[in-house]
Design a protein around this ligand. Structure first.
Ligand code: UD1
Ligand code: UDP
Length: 369
């Protein structure tokens, strides 16, 4: 029996680990799986809601690290997870994505000679000012299994000199959850509750420090919202970081004045999926939402200078927008006038990624370091 730890910590981890957890559970005579939650995200709406919607059990371990600077948060995770590894000694640790919990737990495991698998490996924005890019580079460089969502991931890893044998193109695990829960999401009543109709609103999410951590950037964005909301409703489930910063910069009144802006706390997985599927377009700086909108075929404007997910642009419905009021307004108007970008679904974004991953470990076993 092989013991496996699945690490979750922040909102985008839950929908990536849920399919894998369930797939491993199908082979409970071969694998013992434990869910470890670092507590990087802890608000009900950033964590507990996802355990409910994604039908995940209470985590086996909860590290309660909470918020903090990068140094503090990462160090707390490293300190607390190491203690668990000392006593529990898994055969494999699986981390996902690019958040602080990802790199911290990978460092712990690899130093104790426990193999690490990185889910969503090889993505690169080539922008080292983003904390996530540092987390990706570090995690990939110490992981033993690099499970890539798209073929550009393989190319980046090979260019960085990583042994080809470690790299496995398995597809996009986020899509597994979309496929699995699409029917449940259809039943969400979030549109009726907010008096919304299909194609008649733009869905917004924002949380990147480059957009929300300075007053100038936030003002540029809110000025664009004022104009766009004259033409279409804006639905904005607000991330706690953005909420805090809007208050800190005294921009609350500007936000509340917009009649056509529907502000709401972060919503659960089914509700958000329903909001995505029915939106005219999406305006975001999220990593995962660039991919989900491509899967749903909904035009997506990404408020960033670069993306680690270029396949959503080359194949999908995504497009990058500069942080300039005029740019945001022009791109939005184009879509409102019916000229939204169309796209296709990239290879292996098919809902079967968890199956492919578990198959690898069943057939090839798990290496020992
Ligand atoms: C983190 C990830 C980011 C990911 C995002 C997904 C890192 C470096 N950043 O960013 O890559 O895209 O999650 O949502 O790992 N807060 C709450 N309640 C919570 C969590 C956070 O109020 O449950 C507030 C706190 O004030 C905190 C701030 O949000 O200081 C930022 O949280 P943090 O986890 O540091 O970064 P995110 O911006 O959430
Ligand atoms: N999401 C959600 N409710 C929200 C906002 C986002 O369920 O109010 C989901 C979204 O569908 C996607 C994931 O959260 O599956 C993306 O997480 P986030 O944008 O926080 O992180 P990123 O992908 O940028 O790291």
């Amino acid at each position: 029996m092989k013991k496996i730890h699945l690490i979750v910590g922040a909102r985008p981890n839950f929908m990536k680990m849920a399919p894998l957890y369930k797939e491993f559970k199908k082979f409970s005579n071969e694998f013992e799986v434990k869910l470890i939650h670092t507590g990087q995200h802890y608000d009900e709406r950033m964590s507990k809601f996802f355990f409910e919607d994604l039908q995940l059990p209470i985590p086996d371990e909860y590290l309660e690290v909470g918020s903090g600077t990068h140094g503090v948060q990462t160090a707390k995770i490293i300190e607390r997870y190491e203690k668990i590894l000392f006593t529990d000694k898994p055969d494999l640790v699986i981390v996902a994505g690019d958040v602080n919990s990802t790199v911290a737990c990978a460092i712990d495991a690899v130093k104790l000679h426990i193999p690490v698998a990185h889910l969503e490996a090889g993505l690169r924005s080539f922008d080292r000012r983003m904390p996530e890019e540092i987390n990706r580079l570090l995690t990939d460089s110490i992981s033993d299994y690099l499970l890539t969502p798209s073929i550009d991931g393989n190319e980046h890893l090979l260019q960085e000199g990583i042994d080809q044998k470690k790299i496995k193109f398995v597809g996009n695990i986020m899509i597994d959850s979309l496929v699995e829960y699409k029917d449940k999401a259809e039943k969400s009543t979030i549109l009726e509750e907010n008096n919304l109709s299909k194609n008649e609103y733009c869905l917004i999410t924002l949380h990147r420090p480059s957009n929300v951590d300075n007053k100038e950037g936030l003002t540029i964005i809110l000025n664009a919202f004022e104009k766009i909301s004259e033409q279409i409703k804006l639905v904005f489930p607000i991330h706690p970081r953005a909420r805090k910063q809007i208050q800190a910069f005294g921009l609350q009144e500007k936000v509340e004045k917009m009649e056509n802006l529907i502000l709401m706390p972060p919503v659960g997985y089914y509700d958000f999926m329903k909001l995505q599927m029915n939106a005219r377009f999406i305006l975001t700086d999220s990593g995962g939402i660039q991919e989900e909108s491509t899967f749903f075929g909904i035009p997506c404007l990404t408020l960033r200078e670069n993306t680690e997910r270029p396949i959503t642009i080359t194949i999908g419905t995504n497009q990058l927008i500069k942080l300039e009021t005029k740019e945001i307004i022009n791109a939005s108007q184009k879509i409102i006038l019916g000229k939204g970008k169309e796209g296709k679904i990239p290879p292996l974004w098919d809902g079967k990624t968890a199956e492919r991953i578990v198959d690898i470990f069943r057939k090839e076993g798990i290496i020992s370091l």
